[in-house]
Design a protein around this ligand. Structure first.
Ligand SMILES: Cc1cc2nc3c(=O)[nH]c(=O)nc-3n(C[C@H](O)[C@H](O)[C@H](O)COP(=O)(O)OP(=O)(O)OC[C@H]3O[C@@H](n4cnc5c(N)ncnc54)[C@H](O)[C@@H]3O)c2cc1C
Length: 424
């Protein structure tokens, strides 16, 4: 049963059912998870001639990849200065280039496989506190003077308010290399391309155990199994009880989105000019955009348990009205939640965790660009080219404190504290 998302209601890519795995099979590589990471891994491996089986516990794109805000962000969660101070100027530059490669890889996927991603350029980052504007301007000036192809431009309060009809913002910057797209179409387009190259996709096939065999691995589901030389874990926030090395470093958080009724072209374009995507400076970020059929798609609000709140529409609507009180009479037609994954450093955890067992997850709200790229990096590493994988696997990612039982409450306490600061 699909969630009631705007994406499921507006999907245009083919959405065929894949079979459940119901027998023992053997392949070169088994991929666990049918989101951007797993689909891209499968696509690239199959393209390079490997035999691949992808196991998805639900349907393709039912995880974060078919439910997200659709915002195409460049680079990583931290700006280059963060990397410079921790990893040195040379590594920071390498990471900057990697971010550009990742962004170009997304364009390449969309163009090569003619994915109906409905990409729309331009992303505005807005400050919800006046005191953030000075540091934002300094950031943009500094990065533009030292790094190539930034695509950034500072936006003052007057321009911000002319671009977005809200009194909530005081300035920010425009990123012309970012934008927004149809999240589920992207996932389904990747699935189509992976199938086209011969990858075998299985749905409703939850992996319950992964066991070491000589040689390789055995991946078990309720009705079948896969023998493979290599296994790629691409379960992100949905992966549970399969691999402790991953679960101590990558933790799930839930985020929520709504889509209004169609607003009509004129109202939609006066709410956000040029159909820009917008994200703001809150710790629990508000992100929003206009869809091709003139709805406002608005994301905001986070929870940290395995259950979603009962009234998601009411919760997200409250956040939306803080930015756009003029929409108080607008109907909400879709509201849904999804689970993403974060790490302590907010950088992805891309590693060969045991020989032949790879993981790529923890994209912290930046997965539209990074997850497909990490999938390619893992596929290339399995094929002997560890260039991008080598750099990704050097990104620092520590364990969450608290051990198996306290990890979750410690995370909730920390996140709640930061979320509280949005209101101070
Ligand atoms: C509400 C929301 C808004 C977001 N907004 C944005 C945004 O605007 N921009 C952005 O860049 N990122 C955003 N993100 C994050 C982005 O969606 C993710 O980083 C990205 O989709 C991760 O892709 P993935 O393939 O790694 O994980 P997923 O898409 O979550 O895929 C993992 C898959 O693994 C499957 N799985 C897990 N365990 C098993 C198992 N044992 N057996 C079989 N299958 C298994 C799951 O069912 C799932 O389908 C958002 C996320 C959410 C939830």
């Amino acid at each position: 049963m699909h969630p009631s998302t705007y994406y499921h209601a507006s999907v245009t890519e083919p959405f065929p059912c894949s079979p459940e795995l119901a027998e023992p099979i053997a392949v070169d590589v088994c991929v666990v998870g049918g989101g951007y990471t797993g689909l891209s891994t499968a696509l690239h491996l199959a393209r390079q001639g490997a035999s691949v089986a992808l196991l998805e516990q639900s349907r393709i794109g039912d995880g974060a990849s078919g439910r997200n805000g659709g915002q195409v962000h460049n680079g990583f969660r931290h700006d280059p200065r963060w990397f410079e101070s921790r990893l040195g100027a040379d590594t920071a530059r390498e990471i900057w280039s990697l971010g550009i490669d990742a962004r170009q890889h997304l364009d390449w996927l969309i163009d090569t496989y003619q994915i109906d991603a409905q990409y729309c350029p331009g992303l505005l980052h807005l400050c919800h506190k006046r005191r953030y504007v000075g540091e934002t301007r300094a950031y943009v000036d500094d990065i533009m003077s030292r790094y190539p192809n930034t695509g950034l431009r500072f936006v003052d309060e007057e321009e911000a308010r002319s671009l977005v009809s809200s009194q909530n913002y005081y300035g920010g910057y425009l990123d012309l290399r970012s934008g927004h797209l149809h999240a589920l179409n992207l996932a389904l387009g990747l699935a189509r391309a992976a199938r086209q190259h011969g990858a075998q996709l299985y749905e409703m096939s939850a992996v319950t155990r992964i066991a070491r065999r000589t040689p390789g691995w055995e991946v078990l589901t309720a009705k079948g199994s896969v023998r493979a030389a290599n296994v790629v874990l691409a379960g992100n926030g949905y992966l549970r009880n399969l691999q402790p090395a991953v679960e101590t470093r990558v933790m799930p958080i839930n985020n929520f989105v709504l889509a209004t009724e169609p607003l009509g072209r004129e109202t939609a374009e006066s709410l956000i000019r040029h159909r820009l995507a917008v994200s703001d400076s809150r710790f629990v970020v508000y992100y929003f955009r206009i869809t091709p059929d003139d709805r406002l798609l608005f994301g905001g609000g986070e929870t940290y348990s395995y259950q979603f709140p009962k009234d998601i529409a009411g919760m997200v609507r409250g956040h939306m009205l803080r930015v756009f009180p003029q929409l108080h009479a607008t109907r909400i037609e879709h509201a849904w939640g999804g689970t993403l994954a974060i790490t302590t450093s907010r950088l992805p955890y891309v590693r060969e965790v045991q020989p032949g067992l790879f993981n790529a997850s923890g994209f912290s709200g930046m997965g539209i660009v990074l997850a497909p790229f990490a999938g390619k990096a893992v596929a290339d590493a399995i094929n002997g080219d560890s260039g991008a994988f080598g750099l990704l696997s050097r990104l620092p990612v520590g364990r969450f404190p608290g051990g198996k039982y306290l990890r979750s409450p410690v995370l909730v306490a920390a996140m709640s504290w930061y979320a509280l600061r949005d209101h101070l």
